[in-house]
Design a protein around this ligand. Structure first.
Ligand SMILES: C[S@@+](CC[C@H](N)C(=O)[O-])C[C@H]1O[C@@H](n2cnc3c(N)ncnc32)[C@H](O)[C@@H]1O
Length: 258
């Protein structure tokens, strides 16, 4: 397999990890004819983030969004038609991502709102405290071509719905809202914390249960500490993860026992 210089890969059939720039690695995957069943990712938001408390090092490529157009183009070439994409975004810079995805054939279906969990945004007297994370949910292709959700029991129907005749047929009971109030987006438990913007494994598992089947292939081009990979492993999905930073790549490989 021809791999661009500077890119390392390691893995098994179940999880494949690439260390390098995701734009280059995605080009390699496209050249090899790879197609994935879902993309779940948490890219740099373009906000030059540094933790207020820990002052840990800044994320690479978080000080500009020049790469968004190239990233969204490659996503459209790698995702199977009709399949689902989840991409976490910051409210201020979400338009760049939405436009990029839309221009590349995605239909934007929702901007999911997911409670951040333990830590809230600082807020103040000039800005509201941010209590949710936002995540673009999109399908590749036209509205009518989007993959249907798997029937899931993530939400148990309430007694009120059960008595309401409008909620027939029964599967309507499981219609999921765009506010994911039953979970949280970020890992805040310091014992589990391996990355400054680490996502919460059960939240990503819910995305997998809704949008993929066992054995499906899932891509995270900005995997950080490999949270999407861990969720894939826990739910028997195959995974391709890409990370530029040596340290986070090593952490992801360890989490996935590679
Ligand atoms: C927001 S973090 C993802 C955190 C991840 N969701 C987790 O739970 O650990 C984004 C990651 O993208 C990486 N990154 C930035 N530019 C990249 C690029 N061009 N190719 C691959 N990874 C990149 C950063 O090093 C960072 O770890």
């Amino acid at each position: 397999m021809g791999i661009a210089s500077g890119i390392q890969k390691s893995g098994t059939i179940a999880s494949y990890l690439y260390k390098g720039d995701c734009l280059e690695v995605m080009d390699e995957l496209i050249n090899e004819g790879v197609k994935v069943d879902a993309i779940i990712t948490d890219p740099p938001y373009g906000i030059d983030y540094q933790s207020f408390r820990t002052k840990r090092e800044k994320l690479q490529n978080d000080d500009n969004l020049d790469w968004v157009e190239g990233f969204t183009t490659r996503c459209s070439k790698l995702l199977k038609h009709g399949q689902h994409l989840y991409c976490f975004v910051d409210p201020e810079y979400s338009p760049e991502f939405i436009l990029g995805f839309r221009q590349n054939g995605f239909k934007i279906r929702n901007l999911l709102s997911i409670p951040r969990g333990g830590s809230k945004g600082v807020g103040g007297d000039r800005i509201f405290q941010q209590q949710n994370e936002f995540c673009i949910f999109a399908t590749l292709g036209k509205k009518s071509e989007g993959r249907k959700f798997n029937q899931t029991q993530i939400l148990k129907p309430s007694e009120v719905y059960l008595k309401d005749k409008r909620y027939q047929p029964k599967e309507w009971l499981y219609r999921l809202p765009d506010v994911w109030h039953w979970t949280k987006a970020s890992e805040h438990n310091s014992a589990n914390k391996l990355h400054p913007t680490q996502k919460y494994v059960p939240c990503i598992e819910d995305m997998l249960h809704i949008s993929t089947n066992e054995n499906d292939l899932v891509l995270d081009p900005f995997m950080g500490s490999g949270t999407t990979g861990v969720a894939c492993k826990n739910t028997n999905r195959r995974f391709i993860g890409i990370e530029l930073n040596d340290n986070y790549f090593k952490i992801a490989a360890e989490r996935l026992n590679l």
